[in-house]
Design a protein around this ligand. Structure first.
Ligand code: MTE
Length: 327
């Protein structure tokens, strides 16, 4: 894989995968919300599905993929090594496939064959790309980004993909385009996550940006990770990566990109606008209503029951790139 080498010391024991018990997370909140509206119909779906992955293969279906290392984005900081690949591949948020972090097996139901991404709305060149088109149109690069979940855990991940501004150039938004909406794959026959069929949850998963944010050089579409195509649990075959925002802004398994003149409704913001802002920038001084954002835990670091804490960085450490967007 390109120039990214993963030293042995980062190959952390599998026991670290089970450390989430100590964490705040949104499952309890959602359980309450759904429980209030749907009674027992989804009872049981929220149970912890922690499973050993020993001897199993969380990278099913991936193939090697190279991107030219982008020297501007190869160093995520001296205090934080690259996250162990197997840990990242078995500690996921992908609610379409379950309510625990351990959804990598159920996510294998995602059908990625003949994938198409439709780019529509206020653009002069609407396009439908298949994966071949995407890779032929947009040269792939590799970038190591810090990643910060709103639940206060963090990782460092080497992505392979292309900058969103290259897609903007290809489809040429009209002057009326002010926002963009990303929509994730949704098929009630396949996506069987908790409450998925509840009329109280705004499926499909959608996310959005202001167009200036999408044009920022950090904004990225990933088609690979750790030197291979994305495994399904990371959002194959294409997902958004926005390293200065909380992880929920990065919609997985994108099927549609729509340019609009008004701010689109988005999944988490529709569920709770006070907890999941549309902007969702990483800001240590702005607590989530139910927990502080001043610190974050680096997954896989430290001991089994206590991942190491770091101070959260404004805009996740990407202030120089994005502060002007919020001046
Ligand atoms: N995209 C979809 N379609 N569904 C999801 O549940 N979860 C989000 C984001 N994208 C999510 C999603 C959240 S909350 C996070 S933290 C990241 O994906 C997790 O990405 P990872 O599992 O690849 O680390």
């Amino acid at each position: 894989m390109a120039l990214i080498r993963v030293p042995q010391s980062w190959q952390l024991p599998e026991r670290d995968v089970t450390s989430e018990a100590a964490f705040f997370n949104r499952r309890r909140f959602l359980k309450t919300l759904i429980g209030a509206g749907v009674g027992g119909s989804i009872a049981g779906l929220w149970g912890c599905q922690a499973q050993s992955v020993e001897g199993e293969e969380p990278l099913l279906g991936t193939s090697p993929l190279q991107g030219a290392p982008n020297p501007a984005f190869l160093d995520a900081g001296s205090d934080r090594p690259l996250t162990n690949e197997m840990l990242a591949a078995t500690y996921n948020n992908f609610y379409e496939y379950g309510g625990s972090k351990h959804i990598w097996q159920s996510a294998q139901a995602l059908p990625t064959e003949d994938w198409k991404v439709e780019v529509t709305g206020l653009v002069n060149n609407p396009r439908t790309f298949d994966l071949d088109d995407l890779q032929k149109t947009f040269p792939l690069e590799e970038r190591v980004y810090r990643f910060r979940c709103v639940e206060a855990w963090a990782m460092v991940v080497p992505w392979i993909g292309f900058p969103m501004n290259a897609l903007i150039a290809a489809v040429d938004p009209t002057p009326q385009a002010k926002f963009v909406r990303f929509t994730s794959f949704y098929d009630p026959q396949v996506t069987k996550g908790p409450g998925l069929h509840s009329r109280f949850l705004p499926w499909p998963y959608t996310e959005g940006l202001r167009i200036e944010e999408m044009a920022n050089e950090l904004a990225f579409f990933a088609v690979g990770i750790y030197g291979h195509t994305l495994p399904k649990q990371h959002g194959a075959p294409i997902r958004a990566v926005l390293p200065w925002k909380y992880g929920f802004k990065g919609a997985k398994s994108i099927v549609s990109i729509e340019f609009t003149d008004t701010q689109p409704a988005t999944y988490w913001n529709t569920i709770s606008s006070s907890e999941y802002k549309f902007d969702a920038n990483v800001e240590p001084q702005v607590p989530h209503p139910r927990w502080s954002q001043a610190k974050e835990r680096l997954i896989g670091s430290g001991s089994e029951f206590s991942w190491e804490e770091r101070s959260t960085l404004l805009y996740n450490g990407y202030e120089e790139y994005v502060a002007a967007l919020y001046a």
